[in-house]
Design a protein around this ligand. Sequence first.
Ligand SMILES: [Ca+2]
Ligand SMILES: [Ca+2]
Ligand SMILES: [Ca+2]
Ligand SMILES: [Ca+2]
Length: 252
Amino acid sequence: MGCQILSEGVNREQMGAAIDAVGDVNGDGIDDLAIGAYRWDQSSSNVDQNNGAVFVWYGGSSLSAADELLVSHNAGNNTADVMIVGSNAGDQVGRTVSGAGDFDGDGNLDIVVGSEHANSNAGLVIIADGSGNTIATLTGENADDAAGRWVSTLGDVNGDGMSEVLVGAKRADANGADSGAIYVILGGATGTSSLGTAEVFLTGEGAGNETGMNVSGLDDIDGDGISEILTGSYRTNGDRGAVQLIFGSTFQ
Ligand SMILES: [Ca+2]
Ligand SMILES: [Ca+2]
Ligand SMILES: [Ca+2]
Ligand SMILES: [Ca+2]
């Protein structure tokens, strides 16, 4: 029937709050698996650290043969091939996780990890390679933006061979309180920067819309070979909600 993945962490790790098929991130031709545990504690003796973590297992026979996969502070028990742990207490990384496409253009797929809670709830996004090495870190622009509440791969919409990443910030305030925002981080970014430096930025239309509660890259649906963006604004218009479909050719 498959296998179960369980946490041997200390308390309230919230493992499984985020899951995604990230594709083949280690380049062996077999797809891999990532899960988030956004209340993972860096130290097993401090249950209130809440650094958060993402665990990656490389696909293959060791994965398919197992009945149970454990994540643990005890290295001898920990089955994950890669751990990406939040740098700071309270970062709560792993609230969201997604494949990132090939963000840096080196030929291997990458991973994007989000936290809406880091940096006084401004939010945090980490893009890492399949070994867990950080490629780029982006922080929310303003306190309580909740950037990283959602992250998704978009594909390469500007044709430079590097995949773009989508970030939802449902409590950004550009067009009124909690109007929300979507950021497109163009592939090739490195180092640490504010999401304010992201080259493409879409805002919710009105206060309370919470645009960016979720956002997803879509395969090309208008036949021009370029991926599209779908974003939910579930609080729009008296909570009737609305969805925006944005064609990727917008970014050409
Ligand atoms: Ca693989
Ligand atoms: Ca890559
Ligand atoms: Ca690109
Ligand atoms: Ca298209």
